[in-house]
Design a protein around this ligand. Sequence first.
Ligand SMILES: [Zn+2]
Length: 497
Amino acid sequence: MLRLQDTMTGEKRPLETQEENLAKVYICGPTVYDYAHLGHARCFIVYDVLVRHLRASGMAVEYVRNITDVNDKILGRAIENGETPTELAERMTEAFWEDMKRLRNLKPDTEPKVSEHIDGIVSMIETLIEKEHAYEADGDVYFAVRSMEGYGKLSRRQLDDNEAGASGRLDEEHAKRKKDPADFALWKGNPEDEWGWQSPWGYGRPGWHIECSVMSTQHLGETLDLHGGGLDLVFPHHENEIAQSECATGCTFSNHWMHNGFVEVNKEKMGKSLGNFFTARELFEKHEPEGIRLWTMTVHYRSPLNLDWEEGETPADNRFPSLEEAERRVAYLYATRERLGAIPPKRLIDGGEPPADKLSGFPAALKAALDDDLNMPKGLAAMQEFLKEVNELCDRAQGKKGRVAKKAIAAAHAGFVALDAELGLGGQDPSAFLTRVRDRRAKAAGVLPADVEQKIADRVAARQNKDFEAADAIRNELAAKGVELHDGPEGTTWTMG
Ligand SMILES: [Zn+2]
């Protein structure tokens, strides 16, 4: 059974769902004013693995992740760009979906957009006003935090801690309308020539937090089994979602709270103003997205994840050793899968020894690692043992008169199926993956694939003429450039060392 750290109780405890075998999961999605950065990539991979793991364990999951397409940042950026906020939000939503797909994140079952839930937002605000948890002030509506007993229970904050933070973020004109500095906006009035919607309190836009209370209730019901997001959302976003939802419905908002850690660059906070900020697609230029995916799994999801960065003269010269290493690990995974697939059927026998534990026990080992608060680094360690074992199996099959048991091969295949189902690793076409990695490395080393193919052809010709000296010279010339040749029954292939 899956045990997860719960931010609300501060304890690791079983994920108990309301309905047996169904998990209702809501994850706070992106604000679509710019491309997804590395922090987004990490966050959404974490919850993708959660959902995959639940499904692999036989559970049905209703997975909802919203798109925040109404927000002041979107308006600000759209004005800078000279486009409408809707155009910008749509463009960035498409880009986000593309990036998530390349990272091999499953599409959520529902991806509600704020712009399509304004009616629901208005009606929840009306309920909160009726129940005297919110008040109207000059075209704005605020949530009265002191009307709720237990406000601050998720972040363990006292109300007095909030005041400075909350009032600092709002512009002064709006802040003056609040009865208490700790109150937060549910609706903000704005001039009719600005982006907005009509409401019972006049023209305006919703505050930031109300959207998730409304969309989660509408798509999953009043009580969620699990709500998740980045650590930065604990306060104020999730705290305020709890306040709105629990005061509106009278029900517990979520039975479990999950938060993932930040991404750092060279052990410092990543930020645009700090000049150490990377979008996912910028890194896709240099590394396979699946390498980036594996890299995010190398530390526990609650710990900070550090990207080491060797800054080059130009962005093209930037190096990321931890991403290089992660990509090598994914390449090893695909090379192993390719070797397994290449074992000729005539080498397989019925019966034989039972498969090694590290082979047949891998799916269970991976499941056990993930059941323990989604321990992905432990899962990767089990994967490494498994791959080593598969390679040994391939070595045996390739040896002279080598024979391997069919059930060992079946166990190896089952391991790869589990790996893709649980972690979303290794599910692409191996040869296409390996060729892309090879060609990208070749390009970086100034090697043209067409030239290598030509040299291979020249070498074949030299060997046919029994000019072994010339053939060896070609091999050495290529090796000096990092090109390794592999002679096999079906000709010569090459990799970049
Ligand atoms: Zn949210």
